[in-house]
Design a binder for this molecule. Structure first.
Ligand SMILES: C[S@@+](CC[C@H](N)C(=O)[O-])C[C@H]1O[C@@H](n2cnc3c(N)ncnc32)[C@H](O)[C@@H]1O
Length: 361
């Protein structure tokens, strides 16, 4: 609906019907995401991949899911258009393109991560609803653990495979430094997956992750130990505006910068904590500068995440003008300049969900 239609005084029944249709579509999509997610978690997609035409009983046997659930799940996925159905044989098949996404660990990890976060948002909505009224905030630490876990899953699937192997090599001279042994900080590191990936790829570098949330830091330490990198990948509780250390060669903000109560102060602090020839990598979500250019599914997802999670976190930390989850490159560049960075450029890499900025003093 455009702003023009709001000036109309009469209501067009066809427009009302069309709107109701879209709302029904939203309800169906919300239910569908739960079904897709349960398919990932129970292995239904993997059980179907490459299996050709299968009966519900065969899908049940291959996946270990009870037959009545498998049957209704297959009907649902047929109605959603992800599964093909042959009415003659009463068999179902997963098309190769759907298998490439839904039975693939990386692609389904992104969907699963976001699905977990969206489920957690539904649980946490009472707190957020209250904040909508009061203008107060809801901190990351107040969220359900399912939200933190979903973020970790999404980061493992979406960021980790690209960060060390593609994104860092695209930064000016950074990969060489990390190979030789550099000092890396990850601000708002959450469960630490991004930094652990760097520690694995560049074992001579000393990596330290900071997050204000103690439960996330405890989890990140465990993950580093499990990955066998705890000797050079460490984690500490600290706020983005006051983390310790100096002369870092690389400072990362992975899907965190827009969450901060005072992002400008965090960048100013980072400017001070950086080596003279150091680099900051801002990994933000792919969004355009203007609302008009974000009127698409990604924009819908980002603005919802913004109001329900990221802006709420920033407000909990006293933000007066929160960035929102989709600030766009112009606003980010403006903040970086204000914080004292002079060389600011978009990192030219394949990152459909992300916008990457390289900042140099
Ligand atoms: C969206 S999560 C991203 C986590 C992680 N970077 C990742 O990609 O998985 C945002 C993280 O920022 C942290 N955070 C929020 N405000 C912070 C602050 N002021 N200082 C440090 N960390 C903060 C949260 O605790 C959370 O772990």
């Amino acid at each position: 609906m455009t702003t023009q239609t709001t000036t109309q005084t009469t209501v067009d029944p066809a427009q009302v019907e069309e709107l109701m249709g879209r709302l029904l579509n939203d309800l169906a999509a919300t239910a569908g995401l739960q079904m897709t997610h349960i398919g990932i978690k129970t292995g239904l997609w993997k059980a179907m991949a490459g299996g050709g035409w299968l009966t519900p009983a065969e899908v049940a046997t291959r996946s270990g899911v009870a037959q009545p659930y498998a049957r209704e799940w297959l009907k649902h996925q047929t109605a959603s258009g992800y599964v093909d159905h042959d009415p003659q044989s009463e068999r179902f098949a997963l098309p190769p393109a759907a298998a490439a996404v839904l039975a693939d660990d990386v692609q389904s990890g992104i969907v699963g991560g976001f699905a977990s976060m969206l489920s957690a948002m539904a649980t946490d909505n009472a707190m957020v609803e209250e904040a909508f009224r009061s203008g107060g905030g809801v901190g990351w630490h107040q969220r359900s653990a399912q939200h933190w876990q979903g973020m970790d899953l999404a980061t493992r699937a979406e960021v980790v495979p690209a960060l060390a192997s593609q994104w860092i090599p695209a930064l000016d001279g950074v990969a060489d430094k990390l190979r030789a042994g550099a000092s890396v900080a990850d601000i708002g590191c959450g469960y630490g997956a991004a930094l652990i990936g760097i520690g694995q790829a560049y074992p001579s570098s000393r990596c330290i992750g900071f997050d204000y949330h103690d439960a996330s830091i405890a989890q990140a330490r465990k993950a580093a130990a499990t990955a066998g990198v705890a000797d050079h990948v460490m984690f500490e509780v600290a706020d983005a505006v006051a983390y310790p250390g100096a002369r870092y060669d690389l400072v990362l903000f992975v899907d965190t910068f827009h969450d901060l109560g005072d992002p400008l102060a965090a960048l100013r602090h980072t400017r001070q904590a950086l080596a003279d020839d150091g680099t900051v990598l801002l990994v933000e979500f792919a969004a355009a500068d203007r609302l008009e250019d974000n009127l698409n599914p990604m924009g819908r997802l980002l603005y919802a995440s913004s109001a329900l999670v990221c802006t709420a976190n920033a407000l909990s930390q006293g933000a007066t003008d929160p960035l929102g989850t989709a600030p766009g490159p112009a606003r980010l560049t403006e903040l970086a300049r204000e914080a004292g960075f002079t060389r600011i450029s978009r990192v030219d890499v394949e990152a459909p969900f992300n916008l990457l900025l390289e900042l140099r003093p």
